[in-house]
Design a protein around this ligand. Structure first.
Ligand code: ZN
Length: 266
């Protein structure tokens, strides 16, 4: 029996002389592994649709608990990613997180939208890598049920205060009064947030998926947002990722080209 599914290739592994396995992120079945026979022959069928970060329609059969590609039809390739080592490294980081957290059989419609939108903005270059990385990290965690408590101070529910602290290790906010009142100090996990970063975190986690890339943030705030989201994802998933280390090793300081000094959310 043949099954047809639309999905995004998020990993590929060579197998034997001419074959390979691809991991495909799908809305209906989570991440599935498909064997592509003859994929590495020069004129192999399905070459373009089975390459990394191809978005395509896959038709496959199932034998002995394994899926075999029958045919495929390319929908989109994000060419801009392949021309830039930093963008490629970031896309591979998103792929590694997804393979780690999304299992076969679970539905992943929103994660799929998040991934495709992130690749679109990366490829087009209309948002910086730093911006896309933070949006992906925070929204991904929200989608898998690891949303931090961002509504207000954990103790008094204050929505805004002169000082607000994000407690990475406790997944919550504390206002200055309760932060100091409980004897906490600023450190690696206890970060005093600027008002715009707090607003942005709420926006990324809670706004409609189609709107979450629609904001601008100044360089200083973006740097703090990056600090918060990376610490939070590493802390919540309780591990680092080789692709994240690689991404950080190729990162240069933030380019001002794609960020505004205006800090208004739209
Ligand atoms: Zn409080």
């Amino acid at each position: 029996m043949l099954t047809t599914v639309t999905g995004l290739v998020i990993a590929e592994r060579n197998y034997g002389e001419n074959d390979k396995f691809i991991d495909v992120l799908t809305a209906e079945y989570g991440v599935i592994e498909i064997c592509v026979k003859g994929a590495r022959k020069i004129h192999g069928k399905s070459n373009s649709a089975s390459q990394l970060f191809a978005y395509a329609k896959f038709c496959f059969s199932s034998r002995n608990d394994r899926y075999y590609l029958n045919s495929s039809e390319l929908i989109k390739v994000f060419y801009g990613i392949r021309l830039d080592i930093k963008k490629l490294a970031l896309a591979e980081y998103f792929a590694e997180i997804s393979r780690y957290c999304v299992t076969t059989g679970q539905t992943a419609k929103d994660i799929m939208s998040l991934f495709l939108n992130s690749l679109y903005f990366l490829s087009e270059g209309t948002r910086s890598c730093e911006f896309i990385k933070s949006v992906f990290e925070m929204r991904f965690l929200s989608e898998i049920g690891l949303l931090p408590q961002l509504i207000g101070c954990r103790d008094c529910y204050k929505y805004e205060a002169e000082e607000m602290f994000f407690m990475v290790d406790r997944c919550c906010l504390l206002c200055g009064e309760h932060f100091y009142g409980r004897g906490f100090e600023e450190n690696y996990y206890h970060i005093r947030l600027s008002g715009s970063v707090l607003h942005t975190l709420r926006f990324i986690c809670l706004a409609e998926m189609k709107r979450i890339f629609n904001f601008r943030l100044g360089n200083e705030s973006l740097a703090q947002l990056n600090e918060v989201t990376e610490k939070y994802i590493v802390s919540r998933l309780n591990r680092s990722f080789r692709s994240l280390e690689f991404y950080n090793s190729v990162c240069r300081p933030t380019s001002a080209a794609e960020t505004d000094s205006d800090e208004n959310l739209t």
